[in-house]
Each structure stands twice: as structure tokens, then as C-alpha cells.
Write a protein that binds this ligand. Structure first.
Ligand SMILES: O=C(O)c1ccccc1N[C@@H]1O[C@H](COP(=O)(O)O)[C@@H](O)[C@H]1O
Length: 212
């Protein structure tokens, strides 16, 4: 089975190039001010221009308003919108307005959390299963937190999906074996510090994907 990878939270040309050269199918640009990975419009435009046509640019948002979406889509030439903490009705409005594919994040800690995925039927193009971050955490994602992957074993997915939350070059094989994911997403696991991507770790993660 061919496994694809998204490297998220890229903010420099060097680390973006490492993701592209290593074979990432998707690169993620964060548009959320509290995140250490958030991009200015100028930086987003600079990075977007380096991305070849076979790699998709994913914009990461937390319940964004229309003005932010418009600025980010224009600057980052986004192909996909990844929405965290964005209710299904608002997501539907965003999809109607932008016409772009949506990935809706479902934050998982317990089996009951998986039921939320069904709310995005007819709205999301993919569900992004991510770990629920602790109460009071600064961010709803991008904190290197993983969930119990066995929760996805035997789960009847209502939509296409991808796996994220605490992945890294070492645990990737176990995560894919347990969940059957064919698309994986990493941010913290390829960083040397929050918001600082590491070229060596990006290469190691993508090599691990290729070795599966
Ligand atoms: O990366 C961020 O700063 C971020 C901010 C707000 C929402 C989501 C964010 N990142 C996404 O979180 C998951 C998991 O990341 P990690 O590998 O556990 O660090 C991933 O989909 C990122 O795109």
C-alpha cells in the first residue's frame, strides 16, 4: 500500500524544500496567530511559490473568519483547507464560499469522540483524526500529543481520512500498522523545538514513510 505524507507547519524555504524533495504529497501552512508556526501573508506567498504542482498546499485554521480565509487562500495559493474546532454548519458555509476541499479535524481521546466524524458527511472531503490536546492547552493541535490508535481498529470510517497527532519517524510504522492509515500528517515530530522544523527529522520521517 502506498502511504502519503503531509509535513505541516513549514515556515522556511529550506524545510519546505526538504519536505518536497523527500516526497511529501502535502505541505501544511498554519494560519493561526497563537501558533509558533503561524505565517504572515508575505511568508506564505514566498513559500507557496516554491511548491510544485504535484504537491498540495494545505492551510491549517482554527474556526477562521472569512477575512482570514480570503487573505490566506490568496497568499498561500491553498489547495485544501484543514479546519480545527470548526462546526459542520460553518464548515459547509466555508466550502460553499471557497469551493476548496475541506479536511475536518476530529479531536480524539476516547472511542466516543470518533462519532463526531459522521457530522461532517457531505461537508468534509477527509476527516483528520488528531489527538485531543489537554484542557487549557495553547493549541488544539500541533502539540505532539498522540491518541490511542487502537481506537481506530475496526472503526467504520464515514469519510476518507488521515492520521495525525504525535507521529514521528520512530512510531510511524506502528501507527500505520494499527490504524491502516494511507495518509499521515506530522508537525512536532519533525521539529527540534516548537515551531522550528528540522531538515534531518523531515528526511527521516519521509524515509520512514517510503520504507513502509
Ligand atoms: O501546528 C499547529 O501549530 C497547529 C495549530 C492549530 C491547529 C492545528 C495545528 N497543527 C496540526 O496538528 C496536528 C498534529 O500535530 P503534531 O504532529 O501532533 O504536532 C497536525 O495535523 C497539524 O497540522
Amino acid at each position: 500500500m502506498q502511504i502519503s505524507a503531509k509535513i505541516c507547519g513549514l515556515s522556511t524555504p529550506e524545510t519546505l524544500d526538504a519536505a518536497i524533495d523527500g516526497g511529501a504529497s502535502h505541505v501544511g501552512f498554519v494560519f493561526y496567530a497563537p501558533s509558533p508556526r503561524t505565517l504572515s501573508r508575505d511568508r506564505a506567498a514566498q513559500l507557496a511559490a516554491r511548491v510544485p504542482a504535484h504537491v498540495q498546499r494545505v492551510g491549517v485554521f482554527v474556526d477562521p473568519d472569512d477575512a482570514l480565509l480570503d487573505r490566506a487562500i490568496a497568499a498561500g495559493h491553498l489547495d485544501v483547507l484543514q479546519l480545527h474546532k470548526t462546526p459542520a454548519a460553518r464548515s459547509a458555509a466555508i466550502k460553499a464560499r471557497t469551493g476548496l476541499p475541506l479536511w475536518s479535524a476530529v479531536a480524539v481521546r476516547t472511542r466516543a469522540d470518533l462519532a463526531e466524524a459522521a457530522n461532517f458527511g457531505g461537508v468534509a472531503d477527509r476527516i483528520l483524526y488528531d489527538a485531543k490536546t489537554p484542557p487549557g492547552a495553547a493549541l488544539p493541535g500541533g502539540m505532539g500529543v498522540r491518541f490511542d490508535w487502537s481506537l481506530l481498529e475496526g472503526f467504520r470510517h464515514p469519510l476518507p481520512w488521515l492520521l495525525s497527532g504525535g507521529l514521528d519517524p520512530v512510531n510511524l510504522r506502528e501507527a500505520v500498522a494499527m490504524t491502516g492509515a494511507t495518509l499521515v500528517d506530522v508537525s512536532s515530530g519533525v521539529e527540534s523545538a516548537p515551531g522550528i522544523k528540522d531538515v534531518t527529522k523531515i528526511r527521516a520521517f519521509l524515509q520512514a514513510v517510503n520504507d513502509l
